[in-house]
Design a protein around this ligand. Structure first.
Ligand SMILES: *[C@@H]1O[C@H](CO)[C@@H](O)[C@H](O)[C@H]1NC(C)=O
Length: 265
């Protein structure tokens, strides 16, 4: 049997070759994926993306807006201020498993927020200054346990602030200002979090976990409580309820005294 076993060097060589091949192949596949992603965008004149050079040449970026890491792997897309519109093909992007950051800031994207459910490893998502609109599902950010920065400012988002944002353990920066979010703010407990919720349609209390934020972060809503002014409505409700209970006791007493008086007359 020993006669037929291939020599060690051959085994080693095969392993090395297949490793190199697979990394080259995956690079090539990422190139094709990025081109497929680009094909559903409009207004892409600025994107000098084409097959003649790979997106990353080591840390050097050959393709505008493609961020490469030290190993020449696609780490993110920063496609800002380009007048882009069309469809953000998250399904194709999610096949590039090394992507950790996505920015489409200041373009002309419309419609609902891109679906992030296949982008669980993202650390940052930046969609500010577009024309995104509509509600964001409460679970839109579920399971994105590496997410640190979420910037959605200056769009036309409506509905409730997604509760899944409150469950992201490392969330540091949440910018939702200048949208049309409504309803109450859910409770955030992340220690290192900075939020900006200004200029929406939020109402009710500011939850305890956000009481040490900059007051300006809540301006332009109908909010009360720390760090803004105390909640008058809820205070008058509180004293109102004790008022009603004391007035109830008072009227019971009056009633009792009246009955006693009647008895003695
Ligand atoms: C947005 O991008 C345009 C170019 O498309 C640029 O002129 C403008 O200054 C940018 N606005 C912001 C807020 O960065």
């Amino acid at each position: 049997m020993a006669c037929c076993r291939p020599p060690y060097w051959l085994t080693l060589l095969t392993i090395l070759l297949s490793l190199t091949c697979s990394s080259v192949l995956s690079d090539e596949e990422d190139t094709l994926r990025l081109l497929k992603f680009k094909s559903s965008l409009s207004n892409t004149e600025e994107l000098n993306w084409n097959v003649t050079s790979p997106p990353c040449d080591g840390i050097k970026e050959n393709w505008k807006g493609v961020i490469c890491d030290n190993d020449g792997i696609v780490f993110g897309l920063v496609l800002e201020n380009m007048g882009l519109s069309g469809v953000i093909d998250m399904d194709t992007l999610s096949e590039i498993t090394t992507i950790r950051t996505l920015s489409f800031v200041n373009n002309s994207f419309m419609g609902s927020m891109p679906n992030l459910e296949k982008m669980l490893p993202l650390r940052g998502i930046f969609l500010s200054y577009n024309k995104f609109s509509g509600e964001i599902g409460g679970d839109a950010f579920s399971g994105m346990s590496s997410l640190r920065k979420v910037e959605l400012r200056n769009n036309a988002f409506t509905g409730k602030i997604p509760v899944s944002l409150t469950q992201l353990p490392f969330l540091m920066d949440l910018e939702l200002q200048n949208n049309e979010f409504d309803g109450q703010i859910p409770d955030f407990e992340q220690k290192l979090l900075t939020v900006n919720f200004s200029n929406n349609r939020l109402d009710g209390f500011i939850p305890k976990g956000l009481s040490n934020q900059d007051p300006n972060s809540f301006a332009g809503n109908n909010l009360c409580g720390e760090p803004l002014s105390p909640c008058k409505i809820s205070n008058s409700n509180g004293s109102g309820s004790s008022d009603t209970s004391s007035s109830r006791i008072f009227s019971m007493c009056t009633c009792f005294i009246t009955i006693l008086r009647l008895w003695y007359l």
